[in-house]
Design a protein around this ligand. Structure first.
Ligand SMILES: [Fe+2]
Length: 191
């Protein structure tokens, strides 16, 4: 007997399938006093920043694991702290896309199609090269976030502008500072 034949059953309905009910790149109508055009534009820009931020999170984790050398411990911890903060941003950006009626990019294979951050080698690079790679990823995101913040504000989407400025840009700038100071060639013991 199938579950359908039983009016009361504790059997879960397993292996269910569904057609796509909202396509990626579309926005639903939400009553939030923002035009369709503004919400479409913001979702497109946010999904790019979201994809790049997910890649940056993955880069931080990869480099957290493959750190080594005399400063292993502090860099191991620092990169994990930054990874955690980027992961919080991922959720915030994705939920902004949903708030605007859009569809947030989530699957890592879809993320890989959208991001413009170069793929690192599968193996391990030297420590300064890993830090430089992270800095370049930050700058890619910051450039996009600055431009998107200005243009979403022009279209009246103050919430997206605020998210990009107060969270994406401020977090990214602070993390870039912490990384960049590790690339200063400074004496440790004697001048
Ligand atoms: Fe860890």
């Amino acid at each position: 007997m199938s579950p359908a034949d039983k009016p009361t059953s504790s059997q879960p309905w397993l292996h269910q399938k569904s057609p796509v009910v909202q396509e990626f790149g579309t926005v639903k109508q939400f009553p939030i006093a923002l035009s369709y055009e503004a919400r479409m534009y913001s979702c497109q820009r946010l999904n790019k920043v979201l994809a790049d931020t997910q890649i940056l999170y993955g880069l931080y984790k990869k480099h957290h694991w493959s750190m080594r050398g005399a400063t292993f411990y502090q860099l191991h911890l620092l990169l994990d702290k930054h990874a955690g903060e980027q992961l919080e941003l991922v959720d915030t950006i994705a939920e902004r896309v949903q708030t605007l009626g859009g569809v947030a990019v989530g699957d890592p294979r879809h993320v890989a199609e959208i991001t413009s951050i170069p793929r690192p080698p599968d193996g391990v690079e030297e420590v300064p090269a890993m830090l430089s790679r992270l800095l370049e990823a930050h700058e890619t995101i910051l450039a996009a976030a600055h431009d998107a913040a200005a243009r979403t504000a022009e279209l009246g989407d103050d919430g997206t502008n605020d998210l990009l400025v107060s969270q994406v840009i401020r977090t990214g700038e602070l993390q870039a500072w912490f990384l960049a100071e590790h690339l200063v060639d400074t004496p440790l013991v004697r001048v």
